[in-house]
Design a protein around this ligand. Structure first.
Ligand SMILES: Cc1ncc(COP(=O)(O)O)c(C=O)c1O
Length: 309
């Protein structure tokens, strides 16, 4: 297939807002990204082809780091991963969220520091867990009760693995019902509402091989409003306060996942990371102060907001 597919005029012929910032229109009407003609790329590599603008990716990483200077920004590899991407994410100082042995192996082979990786997945195989432990992964996010004993057993009596527990906080948000993961009745995480999260947390705390560093939630994707995140923060802070009361444990970290909406077509709304950061960190400080908790270190996991263009 030749060039026309890639160079078709975007809706609103001159609206290039959903393209990388470097996109320009060449005199023949073709598009150029990062100074490279897409028609030439299509001729050379065929289509479909994924084309990434390194400057765009790096700029988006920097925007996040500047917006969240006190947080760990962890890129969600499921949005897109390649060896080059691993290198850029590493050089820009982000962490990496991987959710399969394949993503983990790719990142590891490309030299990404394992301590800055977070392993997700609602059906982690023993092989996923073994590999994660072997490379010395930073954190494993527990997504179901059956994982707890498995991770502890594979860690072995002499080891100690940092884990988080993925909580479903009962917040509905996201661009489509299939990508709303903040409420019960979907396949990810442990419910706050029915007590499974609290039960799993107690079990993790009872395992000497596991160090619970904090809680995690990912309420959905393509979220364009800050408010659901603020509700999630309040619920997570409430749960952290209850953990402190009942177990005497103050958790030092809170991971709020990703889901920051991007525009796929000109004119669609997107979530502004800077505005999100301001409101989130304000809410986190207020909620923790009200609950008598120190403010935990925040982690966020943007995926498409880094890679989509
Ligand atoms: C746990 C987790 N974190 C982060 C993300 C990234 O989501 P997004 O690409 O919408 O930012 C996802 C997406 O499914 C996820 O499941």
């Amino acid at each position: 297939m030749s060039a026309p597919l890639l160079t078709a005029l975007p809706a609103g012929p001159d609206d290039l807002t959903v393209w990388p910032a470097s996109t320009t229109r060449l005199p023949q009407g073709h598009l150029s990204v990062g100074g490279v003609s897409l028609a030439e790329l299509a001729d050379r590599f065929g289509t479909p082809a994924y084309v990434l603008d390194e400057d765009e990716i790096r700029a988006r990483c920097r925007t996040y780091r500047a917006a969240f200077p006190q947080a760990d920004v962890v890129y969600a590899a499921k949005a897109f991963l390649s060896r080059a991407m691993v290198r850029w994410i590493d050089e820009e100082g982000l962490g990496l969220d991987v959710c399969s042995a394949g993503e983990l192996e790719l990142a590891h082979a490309a030299g990404f520091p394992p301590e800055r990786m977070v392993l997700h997945g609602n059906a982690k195989s023993p092989r996923d867990i073994e590999l994660a432990l072997r490379v010395g992964i930073g954190r494993i996010v527990v997504d179901s009760p059956s994982e707890i004993a498995r991770i502890a057993a594979l860690t072995g009596p002499a080891g100690r693995q940092k884990v988080m527990v993925r909580v479903v906080p009962g917040v509905s948000a996201g661009g489509h019902e299939k990508i709303r993961t903040g409420t019960d009745g979907q396949k990810f995480g442990l419910s706050l509402t029915d007590g499974s999260a609290q039960h799993a947390i107690a079990r993790v705390l009872g395992q000497p091989q596991l160090e619970l560093t904090g809680l995690h939630c990912h309420i959905g994707s393509q979220i364009t409003d800050v408010k659901p995140y603020l509700v999630a923060v309040r619920r997570m802070a409430g749960l952290m306060a209850r953990i402190k009361d009942s177990h005497g444990v103050t958790l030092p970290e809170l991971d709020l996942g990703g889901g920051h909406g991007v525009a796929y077509r000109p004119g669609e709304p997107a979530l502004d990371p800077t505005a999100l950061a301001r409101r989130l960190t304000g809410e986190l400080t207020d909620s923790c102060t009200a609950a008598g908790l120190p403010v935990p270190r925040l982690l966020i996991e943007p995926g498409r907001a880094i890679a989509a263009p």
